[in-house]
Write a protein that binds this ligand. Structure first.
Ligand SMILES: [Fe+2]
Length: 292
C-alpha cells in the first residue's frame, strides 16, 4: 500500500524534505510520487534514514536504471563488496592505508557529477553513514540551473545559444587528477588542449522539457570554436551570474540523511571539513540520457 509521506519545500530556489517515509516498505507507487517531486524540486532530502546498502540499491532501482559506481565503471573495482552500484565518498583510510573512497576532505568546487562523460548520470543519491561533528564543514550546496538560465541577461543567453562546452575529464572537483589520467594533462597552457566531451551549454531536460544551463565545472572549460579570450570572457560572465545565493540551497548534513538530486538541472559543491574527523557517504546514481 502506498505511503502517505509529505513533501515539504525548503522555501528556497530548490529542494524539499520528504517526511514520514519508510524506505523499507517503499513500493513502485511511492517511487512514482517521489519521482514527480524530484522533477519538481530538483533535490529531495530524506532525514534520519537508518538503512543499509541493500535498501539504498533497491531505492535506486525503484526510481530508474542504476549505473555502476564511477570507480566500478572505470576500473571494475567494487568499493562495497557485492554492490558495484555503490560508490564511497570518504576521507577515511582503510587498514591498508589506502582511502576507502574518493574526494578526501577538501572543498569540491561547483560541478555536475560526471559531466566529463558522454552521458552523465540523471540522478545521484547520497546517504550519510558517518559525519564530522556539527559546524566543522562538509555541507553541500545545490544550485537551480533552470532559474539561473531564466534570469540571465538575454544578450548573454544569445551568445551561448547553440554553443557546445568542453568538459575536461582529467581533473577532479576536489583538485588533483582522476586515477590513471595524469598523463592526459596538456603540457601547453592552452585550455583547448584539455580532452573531454562537449555538451550543449543550454540543454533541454528530457523529462520536464524545460531548458537549463549545463556548465559542469569552470576550470579548463572551453566553448568550442571560439577564440580562447572570448570563451573565457563569456564563461566568466555566465559563472558570475550563476554564482548567486538566491539560486542555492544548502544541505547541512545530519546522520542518516539521504539526498536525491537531479544531476541534469542542479549543480552542487561541498565545503572542506576538518581532516582529523571522519566522513563516510555511500552513493548510487541513475543512468542519464544523451544531452540535447
Ligand atoms: Fe559531486
Amino acid at each position: 500500500m502506498a505511503q502517505q509521506f509529505d513533501i515539504i519545500p525548503t522555501g528556497t530556489a530548490l529542494g524539499a524534505d520528504i517526511t514520514d517515509f519508510d524506505i523499507k516498505i517503499m513500493d513502485q507507487e511511492d517511487a512514482t510520487r517521489i519521482r514527480v517531486a524530484w522533477l519538481k524540486h530538483l533535490v529531495l532530502r530524506f532525514r534520519g534514514m537508518e538503512f543499509y546498502d541493500d535498501e539504498h540499491v533497491r531505492f535506486t532501482k525503484l526510481l530508474g536504471d542504476p549505473e555502476l559506481s564511477p570507480r566500478a565503471l572505470c576500473t571494475g573495482e567494487e568499493l562495497v563488496k557485492n554492490h558495484p552500484e555503490i560508490g564511497v565518498i570518504s576521507n577515511v583510510l582503510g587498514d591498508d592505508g589506502e582511502p576507502i573512497g574518493t574526494l578526501g576532505d577538501g572543498e569540491c568546487v561547483w560541478h555536475t557529477d560526471m559531466s566529463y562523460i558522454e552521458i552523465p548520470p540523471a540522478a545521484s543519491i547520497l546517504h550519510a553513514l558517518e559525519l564530522p561533528p556539527p559546524n566543522t564543514g562538509g555541507n553541500t550546496e545545490f544550485l537551480n540551473m533552470y532559474v539561473a538560465l531564466e534570469t540571465m541577461d538575454p544578450i548573454l543567453v544569445k551568445r551561448i545559444e547553440g554553443k557546445l562546452l568542453r568538459h575536461e575529464n582529467v581533473t577532479l572537483s576536489s583538485g588533483g587528477y582522476r586515477k590513471g589520467m595524469e598523463d592526459k594533462i596538456p603540457t601547453s597552457g592552452d585550455v583547448r588542449h584539455w580532452q573531454g566531451p562537449s555538451h550543449p551549454m543550454i540543454r533541454m531536460h528530457p523529462e520536464t522539457n524545460r531548458k537549463c544551463l549545463f556548465l559542469g565545472r569552470r576550470v579548463h572549460a572551453y566553448i568550442e570554436g571560439m577564440d580562447v579570450d572570448e570563451s573565457e570572457e563569456i564563461l566568466d560572465a555566465v559563472w558570475a551570474h550563476v554564482m548567486q545565493s538566491k539560486f542555492c540551497w544548502e544541505q547541512v548534513w545530519q546522520l542518516g540523511d539521504m539526498i536525491l538530486w537531479d544531476n541534469r538541472c542542479a549543480m552542487h559543491r561541498r565545503d572542506a571539513f576538518d581532516p582529523l574527523t571522519r566522513r563516510i557517504m555511500h552513493r548510487t546514481q541513475l543512468k542519464g540520457e544523451l544531452i540535447y
